[in-house]
Write a protein that binds this ligand. Sequence first.
Ligand code: NAD
Length: 491
Amino acid sequence: MKSIIKTPATRAIYQHYINGTFYGSVPSGDYIEVLDPCTEEIIASVPRGGQEEADAAVDAAVAAQRHWSSLPSVERAKYLKAMANTIRENRVMLAETLAREQAKVKALAQVEIDVTAEYYDYYAGFARAYEGEIIQSDRVGEQIFLHKLPIGVVVGICPWNFPFFVMARKVAPSMLTGNTIVVKVSEEAPLTCLEFTKLLGSVNLPKGVLNVVCGYGNEVGEALTHNKNVGMISLTGSVDSGHKVMAAAAKNITKVSLELGGKAPAIVCEDADMEVAVNSIVASRIIYSGQVCNCAERVYVEEGVYDAFLEKLTTAMKAVKVGNASNDSGIDMSAQINQKQLDKISGMVDRAQAAGAKIATGGKKSTSFDKGYFYEPTVITNVKQDAEIMQKEVFGPVLPVMKVKDFDEALKLANDSEYGLTSAVYTRDINKMLRATKELNFGEVYFNRENFEAIQGFHAGWRKSGIGGADGKHGLEEYLQTKTIYIQQTS
Ligand code: NAD
């Protein structure tokens, strides 16, 4: 947890966005400092919300919901399109803010901003496409209709790793379907989302439809999850937070949608295109400095190609260029989000080594930078399946690699995980592909490419990786509830 200051100094100061106005006890009140992870410099202060802000935001969303849901969906879609346009008009400023607050390489930050604009447009396109049903009746003169209706007020709780995109993942389908929403931004990377609230004036969104609050999970976050007027909580975060949110939701039987952690296996078969396998696995591990839920966390390699693969992988990881996300160009990755994350990665690698693992490259905090939370791109061998490094999410630029005797063993070990988000297989053998399609127990299976989902797909984890999912037409359905109407004709 970052330190709290009572009175903000000269840095940028942000406020909550509740009921169409900026809200927060400036200049007094508790604030959370936001640091640049590359320089450890304090760049902004955001308010530390609690019960009062949570209640005010939910009350505003409740008050706005009836009118909002009464609008034709094409009218609601116009606001989504306006939000997309606003993002595009400010795409560079938003990407720079994102790159700085969370050490995301600028090119990737720009992709996140641009895809987010596309995401609002994509869901606006559903305005005339989602439908109810007419159901056959058993009775003469009766008609049965199934209406698809908004749930009411949604609470969207966001992580720090893709803060702007994940906010859209919750806001766009909620708003399109007639829900109103309270977003709880991450305390680690709130700034891009808060910059976006400052741009909403040009969208003329009715008050209370979208509210954004800041603060810690166990304060404002928890207050939101206990509120009885909330119809659905959508959390993207760690399994630990998933447990807590589910427990809080149980009190009011509030619907939950959980997008949680992952421990994605990558299987490299003897017949794989080695270049594709190495490039995809490296890209999957170093994208946003390894802090992506769906990307390769452990690699199983068939013994016939193990040595060749390991050599190529190690060479590629050694060649990864690391630098300051805001200032350096031509870099592949940057710092970890904070000291806690850096220490977590470092601790896991140290414990793996103590248990007998070998470091092929990397394996420690970077010494190339005076400041910042940098960790070296790392390859680890001699790991055991039951080791922490093979079972728990590292969320850093660290790849443990294990030799397996054949595809059967690879499938078995890949499935041996409490997580079930994504998986990948590198092979040109159609029979192996068909087997993996059937036998890998994960929400997504990628063949011969890096793990990264499409907005029209469905991103949904199995086991502890989550409940429900996001994106595409199935993601839209998450934000709808049904009402079945029986009408009997009388004579
Ligand atoms: P986190 O769980 O620490 O925090 C996520 C959000 O939950 C934050 O806004 C936090 O303040 C809030 N929160 C924490 N405790 C809460 C509580 N008791 N009540 C309400 N809110 C609470 O996760 P993080 O560190 O921000 O993000 C990294 C994690 O997110 C990783 O495990 C990663 O795999 C996962 N993730 C998953 C997906 C996915 O699509 N499955 C996408 C991105 C990130």
